[in-house]
Design a protein around this ligand. Structure first.
Ligand code: IMP
Length: 434
């Protein structure tokens, strides 16, 4: 048994989907452990180009069962749309499983997400408006529903009737909106429940069977540690924890099981949504990274904010998630540059930070940069570490040094085979560590 978690090391959109897709070749069970359809994992393979929002990126591998874990918030309508899209492309959904304990994103969560953002005005979080925050808030307030509840008509009606009446009071009196129909919501959820019933299950027997056998289990995170509810740029964060530690909770894995953790980081940095981003470039260089890297949100289409690699942020993520190794994605986006910068610390007045401070300070810091030479040659067709230009190797080595974690995988393009494994850690360092 081997358990590997793939988590984001920055602000999300690091390319986790393609790394999971790659590692899932050898996986028996792939589990999403948090987030919801705010995620947008782009996967390019022989079936086409897909933007997965809820379904684990292992779905393209017929041997892998794919579980939407308990820590996830599921919009059942969005899930069914995603399933239909995959089925239409000829992808089998036979291996799909949904934890009966995963939370349901209700139609009013989406509404409240928008209303809360409007209320926040210029201090808005810049959420994906998918209802993620309100769904997790209701989970914590014990006023949510779990996916298995959709299978029991009487229980479902009892809960929906009470919850919608309550939400209607807030909607009408606080936000001056029209009330929602409990009956219509119930009917919609019932229909989703009937359609999803074959996939909804108790996840623990599935997990236990995998743990008992000689299985490879892959845990798929969403977003990155800088958007972690506790350790990120609060309040400009998501409402769950994208760190590897949370995988234990979100999956139902005992903490005595040892994880290998692959932290995924872009060779530069991007973010969507508001909040501090010290190495952001609001100039031509930022524009270059956006265009060269195709940096537009997979879920919302929003242009991503772009900047230099922030070693402080990635070290923070590595510290929180205990990275075994780093997967460095999109190295090729930097191919044309003469000089490349790395953020190595932050400065505020006469104070220097080598750790991520609280948001009230982080929003005022200036990055401290180190500049290295660019390699000005295409890396897209390279498949061996030794073929990389010396300047690219030096850039990678400096990142390893600053983050304190070895780089095991480097991606140099969106196609499945545009990957370089570093030499010291074998042909597939993740599943078969040296
Ligand atoms: P929420 O998760 O929709 O509540 O959004 C909270 C913050 O996380 C916002 O800054 C979003 O832009 C950001 N966010 C949520 N999902 C993603 C993602 O998949 N990629 C990048 N940023 C995301």
């Amino acid at each position: 048994m081997a358990v590997t978690a793939v988590v984001g090391a920055q602000w999300g959109d690091e390319g986790k989907g393609r790394i999971v897709d790659l590692l899932a070749r050898q996986a028996d069970l792939v589990i999403r452990f948090q987030g919801g359809n705010n995620a947008g994992h782009t996967v390019v393979n022989e079936y086409g180009t897909f933007r997965l929002h809820l379904i684990p990126s292992g779905i393209f591998h017929p041997q892998a069962r794919c579980l939407i874990g308990t820590g996830v918030v599921v919009n059942p309508g969005a899930l069914r749309e995603e399933m239909a899209e995959l089925a239409a492309a000829g992808v089998s959904l036979d291996g799909l499983l949904i934890s009966e304990r995963a939370q349901v994103v209700m139609p009013y969560h989406i509404l409240f997400d928008r209303l809360h953002e409007q209320r926040l005005g210029r201090r808005k979080v810049g959420t994906t408006l998918r209802g993620i925050g309100p769904a997790y808030a209701d989970k914590a307030a014990r006023t949510g529903l779990q996916m298995g509840d959709l299978l029991d008509p009487d229980y479902l009606w009892e809960r929906v009737e009470q919850l919608v009446a309550w939400k209607n009071e807030i909607l009408t009196s606080v936000f001056h909106q029209k009330p929602l129909s409990a009956k219509a919501i119930y009917q919609e959820l019932r229909e989703h429940g009937q359609a999803l019933a074959p996939y909804i299950c108790d996840p623990l027997p599935v997990l236990d069977a995998a743990l008992a056998g000689d299985s490879h289990i892959l845990l798929e995170g969403q977003l990155g540690a800088m958007r972690d509810l506790d350790w990120g740029t609060y309040p400009y964060v998501t409402s769950s924890s994208p760190t590897a530690a949370y995988a234990y909770v979100g999956v139902g894995l005992p903490p005595t099981v040892r994880l290998r953790v692959v932290g995924v980081a872009k060779a530069y940095t991007t973010a969507v949504g508001a909040g501090p981003f010290p190495t952001e470039l609001q100039d031509e260089m930022g524009e270059f990274l956006r265009e060269e890297g195709g940096e537009y949100g997979a879920t919302t289409g929003r242009p991503r904010r772009c900047g230099w690699f922030d070693a402080v942020a990635v070290r923070h993520s590595a510290r929180l998630s205990g990275f075994t190794l780093l997967a460095l994605t999109k190295l090729d986006v930097l191919d044309k540059l003469e000089r490349v910068k790395i953020g190595v610390a932050y400065r505020l007045e006469n104070q220097t930070f080598d750790r991520v401070p609280m948001t009230r300070l982080l929003q005022r810091v200036e990055p401290v940069y180190e500049e290295v030479a660019g390699w000005q040659t295409s890396t897209r067709d390279l498949r061996e570490y030794d073929q990389l230009p010396p300047a690219a190797k030096a850039y990678i080595a400096r990142i390893e040094e600053l983050v304190g974690v070895p780089v095991g995988l480097i991606s140099v393009g969106p196609e499945r085979d545009q990957i370089i494994y570093t030499p010291t850690r074998g042909s597939n360092p993740v599943m078969n560590p040296a």
